[in-house]
Design a protein around this ligand. Structure first.
Ligand code: GDP
Ligand code: MN
Length: 381
């Protein structure tokens, strides 16, 4: 889960990483009021989960509440690089002496944390790592050893001397945040040295490990602030594993492995998945109906491919589930069904007898994929 800048900065403050004073605004009036509270001058920053706001007009310095209101009105009235904008962050203007970059992340390939720091602020960090690797200090931090003084000295040593102490405090705060909040990334770009010598995080990018959200109720509740895809919300509510993709074949399967191989076989047959949904074990009529509802509510779906391997799940019950589901959901597209495993024959017989106009029964996974692909490509043509 990627946090918005303002959410990341709330975490920064909780972990004693200095930030600028900021007030969240959802309307131009609130932005003007916030600017008044901050003394009449401010920085208005669009809150979206995409970088490059500074260059794209998403970060603007204003010198009056009226200007803040105008800028907020402009930002709130349009998407920013295709991302919906619901709020802006109004921050105090700070006198910046120098801009740096720092980040800490979980380095899965190394099995440890990786911390980076450079005095070259405002640079694209991948570009810097490629062209001037000596300017980017990289230090691995063993998870059991934790962040030690020698790590901090090594990293902060890349900065001018007057920034090192402040930067060290920031690094300690970042590591504490990483560990205590199960973050996989904390990035500050820019980290700035102010004219008065303080070192402050001017931006915040924080990613929280989704698998750890259950132990951070306060972070889980931040999800409410994110724009919601209605199809995804329906799947989440029903406890179904649903993933949206770019093609036009809707895929329903039972078990993650089967669903993944279904994606492959559809690709092999020359089509692309619009989404995939894992119904998990059981696959009751109700579950199947909800799954079909979810998959069919994606307007990109031109055909549905239901691929079930009966184990504990019995294919005859799945077949009844599919029929019950099609009573509830009015499918406008073909539904290709492949049943194999426990009671597959009984399942296929139930579907054959029902002779539902939308259902196409296929004997093998490849045949089903080919039928789904030709329906999908026919629809696309
Ligand atoms: P990003 O471009 O989306 O990463 O947005 P940032 O939050 O990093 O802001 C982009 C740039 O705006 C920074 O690099 C700063 O140069 C500038 N900026 C942001 N806040 C302030 C501020 O309080 N004072 C001044 N003078 N500049 C700021
Ligand atoms: Mn930034």
């Amino acid at each position: 889960m990627d946090l918005y800048e303002h959410q990341g900065k709330d975490l920064f403050r909780a972990h004693e990483i200095p930030t600028s004073r900021g007030i969240l605004a959802e309307t131009p009036e609130e932005a003007a009021e916030a600017t008044r509270t901050l003394g009449g001058r401010a920085v208005v920053k669009v809150q979206v989960q995409v970088g490059g706001r500074g260059k794209g007009g998403g970060v603007v310095l204003v010198d009056s509440p009226e200007r803040a209101s105008e800028e907020a009105a402009r930002m709130l009235s349009a998407d920013f690089k295709g991302h919906e904008v619901n709020r802006v962050l109004v921050e105090e203007q700070l006198p910046i002496a120098q801009e740096y970059y720092t980040s800490m992340l979980l380095d899965r390939s190394a099995g440890s944390y990786l911390a980076m720091m450079t005095a070259e602020g405002g640079m694209d960090i991948e570009e810097l790592a490629r062209t001037r690797p000596e300017a980017l200090r990289r230090v691995h931090i063993d998870a059991l050893l934790g962040l030690r003084t020698f790590h901090v000295r090594e990293l902060a040593g890349v900065l001018p001397s007057q920034a090192r102490e402040g930067a060290g405090d920031v690094l300690r705060g970042m590591f504490q945040l990483l560990r205590e909040r199960d973050a996989t990334l904390v990035e500050i770009n820019p980290l700035v040295l102010l004219e008065d010598g303080r070192v402050v995080a001017l931006d915040a990018k924080v990613t929280i490990d989704d698998n750890a959200l259950f132990r951070h109720e306060d972070l889980e509740s931040l999800k409410a602030a994110f724009p919601i895809d209605p199809v995804q919300a329906r799947a989440d509510e029903k406890g179904l594993q649903y993933v949206k993709l770019d093609g036009n074949v809707g895929i329903i399967g039972n078990g993650a492995g089967l669903v993944m191989s279904t994606l492959d076989v559809v690709a092999q047959a020359g089509a692309e998945a619009a989404n995939f949904l894992d119904v998990g074990g059981g696959a009751s009529a109700d579950q199947m109906a909800t799954s079909l509802e979810v998959v069919l509510s994606d307007p990109a779906v031109a055909v549905v491919f239901i691929n079930i391997f009966g184990g504990i799940t019995r294919c005859d019950l799945v077949a009844e589930g599919i029929l019950a589901a099609l009573d509830r959901v009015d499918a406008q597209v073909p539904v290709v069904v492949r049943l194999d495993g426990t009671n597959a024959e009984e399942g296929r017989a139930i579907l054959a007898e029902a002779a539902h106009p939308r259902i196409v029964v296929a004997a093998t996974m490849l045949e089903a994929a080919e039928r789904a692909a030709s329906a999908a490509n026919g629809a696309a043509a």
